[in-house]
Design a protein around this ligand. Sequence first.
Ligand code: ADP
Ligand code: MG
Length: 266
Amino acid sequence: MSGTQTDRLQELLTGLRLVKTAVELPKLLQDAGKKDMSHADFLEEVLSRETTAKGERQTLVRTTMARLPFHKSLESFDFKQQPSLDPKAIKELATGRFIANAENALLLGPPGVGKTHLAVGLGLKACAQGYRTTFTTAAALIGNLQRAQTEGRLEERLKQLVQPKLLIVDEIGYLPIDRTGANLFFQLVSRRYERGSLLVTSNQSLSAWGDVFGDRLIATAILDRLLHHSTIVNIKGESYRLKEKRKAGLLTRSEPYTQSAPAGGA
Ligand code: ADP
Ligand code: MG
């Protein structure tokens, strides 16, 4: 080792992968000198900065791995625009308690009311809280399971899908699911039951899930497990997208807009 003591310290810090401190060391030392910090205070400052930075890096990795379709936070959700939605229900979900308890959450409501936005916002929170999270749509998930079955890798795929503490399945009900798909989804829900949380969104009321899954019996079995430990959030009202358009004068109130039937409870 050569150079100044700062050079040597930076080398040692880099070797220990304390990169943030290595980069910021000259300034940290200067500040410590100015503030006449004790050794213990300086060490605490350095270690807490490193710990925060490490946490942020891990959150970034988890967030990337979650494959969220976009990054919109709960903070950017305007609850005033959605009076049917109790912010307390979302706040409670945002604490991550439901994930810690391997419970489920269902966000139900017509298109455009913010279900995916909320699911993504909750996904971001989960990543920040240290929960391994995966986002998928019902169509992609079922397609994926069907391919795995054809290739004789279903067991392997189901095992993978049990790993994330939070699995977000968006858009149940937009596309009809055939019997094989329904069966595969049931297997997944059973595997995750009381092991890991599912956060699902649907534009269909739960009473319509028999049609969504093309089989009342399978739909009932899926709902039985999904709802046992769950929070149901019903969102009613008008599409946010249409509201924005109307505000911009692109749509008049007389323009026909047929709203889907409000999603029902369990
Ligand atoms: P859904 O999944 O219910 O169809 P989205 O979550 O895709 O609806 O919302 C449609 C668009 O409107 C998105 O860009 C979303 O960010 C935005 N949006 C919906 N509701 C709100 C809200 N209350 N505050 C802010 N943005 C919203
Ligand atoms: Mg959506």
